[in-house]
Design a protein around this ligand. Structure first.
Ligand code: ADP
Ligand code: MG
Length: 391
């Protein structure tokens, strides 16, 4: 049985009737533009065909009741219990429920009409592996409350509210890329988002190219400290470069030329970090024309360069990610492979000729396992539409 049918069955068992609606919101993967979102750069994510699905109906009860199938748990909350992050019985909301509750909180702040719902939801996006299961939950519930409230917000607005929910209600300091990709995804297209202006466009990915995601299954703890250090290094670089370039606001504003003239004034470490950012923003600028002309070969080359830069300059890779990228790059049909997401573990993203994708996935899994001893998860996926109402 597929996930949607399963959800409908669980919904009926729990609430005694067929769900009125089903919403879907995808996870995402970033193909290029890594660690540049907080430098006002460009990111090139795609929504993927792994998604969170919510079966839901309106209810006259004051509380919304949500069942998270993947956690085998239930929670309930109402506009009155939202500020205290508690349930109908005054117990605290479990962590997973903060995501949908946070969405409701932002919608209440916007004074949008809200109806209570009964909902059952599940996802085939692995959690915590950098494919944005959290944003997909938020965007799925945005669609659900939008449907019941009979209002419509543009996808980017929904994304921004989802980000606000995650930042301010859940308490996770994420950028806009995850919610943006989950909300605005376009089938068979890569998205290009300007993280400063929030303007975005799309470029189609040839139908004979697959996006293959390879999960090292390595999860490093305490990476937020490293992440904060990278951000601080970028801020330090801007502060020092400002002495010569008073108009810059972020590393986005520094050209490659300016950087090579002025970088001597940065410490060795800050120079490496900033160089990654300046060059990665340059790569992401080169990417769009390549995609528009279907030059996946050279787009893939930029992905390979990005991996080296993340490994050697930004220093956010780890041995397992390096093994995964190196094996992938040596296999037939692979255009490009690199670590994706914050780093220190998680996944690589690969562009692979569709007809070789199965073979590629098998060889990659075997090679990775024999070198590291870890059994990887490999997903052959394609660029999908953003969050939507299916029924
Ligand atoms: P990711 O990189 O996958 O977004 P996060 O740590 O940001 O990882 O978010 C994971 C959290 O999102 C989970 O701990 C859970 O609270 C919530 N979440 C993700 N998927 C589901 C799901 N299928 N059901 C309920 N909650 C989910
Ligand atoms: Mg997340």
């Amino acid at each position: 049985m597929n996930l949607i049918d399963q959800l409908a069955v669980t919904y009926r068992e729990k609430f005694g009737h067929t769900p009125a609606h089903i919403a879907r919101a995808p996870g995402r993967v970033n193909l290029l533009g890594e660690h540049v979102d907080y430098n006002d750069g460009f990111v090139l994510p795609a929504a993927i065909d792994h998604a969170t699905y919510v079966a839901f109906s309106p209810t006259n009860a004051r509380h919304s009741t949500l069942v998270a199938v993947d956690f085998n748990q239930q929670a309930s909350f109402s506009p009155e219990t939202i500020p205290s992050k508690t349930q109908a019985d005054s117990s605290p909301l479990p962590e997973w429920a903060l995501y949908p509750a946070g969405v409701l909180w932002t919608l209440l702040e916007e004074n949008l009409p809200i109806l209570s719902m009964n909902a059952v939801y599940a996802s085939n996006i692995p959690r915590g592996s950098g494919l944005s299961s959290s944003a997909s939950v938020e965007m799925a519930f945005m669609i659900a409350w939008q449907t019941l409230g009979r209002w419509t917000l543009p996808p980017m607005r929904r994304a921004l509210l989802g980000q606000k929910a995650e930042n301010k209600y859940v308490g996770v300091n994420c950028g806009i890329m995850d919610q943006f990709a989950s909300a605005c995804g376009v089938e068979d297209n890569i998205l290009l988002l300007d993280c400063r202006s929030l303007e975005w466009e799309t470029a189609s990915l040839p139908k004979d190219v697959a996006i293959v995601i390879a999960d090292t299954t390595i999860r490093r703890k305490l990476t937020s400290g490293e992440y904060n250090k990278r951000r601080a290094a970028c801020e330090e670089a801007v502060r020092l470069l400002k002495e010569d370039l008073p108009d810059i606001k972020a590393l986005r504003d520094v050209s490659m030329d300016e950087f090579s003239h002025l970088s001597a004034k940065l410490s060795k470490k800050v120079k490496k970090r900033a160089r990654h950012v300046v060059e990665e923003i340059e790569r992401s600028k080169q990417a769009l024309p390549l995609l528009k002309t279907g030059d996946i070969q050279n787009f893939g080359r930029l992905m390979n360069e990005c991996h080296i830069s993340l490994r050697d300059l930004y220093e956010v890779s780890c041995p397992e990610l390096d093994v995964m990228a190196r094996i992938a790059q040596s296999l037939d049909g692979c255009y490009g492979a690199r670590l994706t997401g914050a780093g220190f573990g998680g996944c690589t993203v690969n562009l692979v000729a569709l007809e070789q994708a199965e073979q590629f996935a098998q060889a990659l899994a075997t090679g990775y396992e024999s070198e590291t001893g870890f059994h990887p998860e490999i997903y052959i996926t394609r660029a999908s539409n953003g969050a939507e109402l299916l029924k």
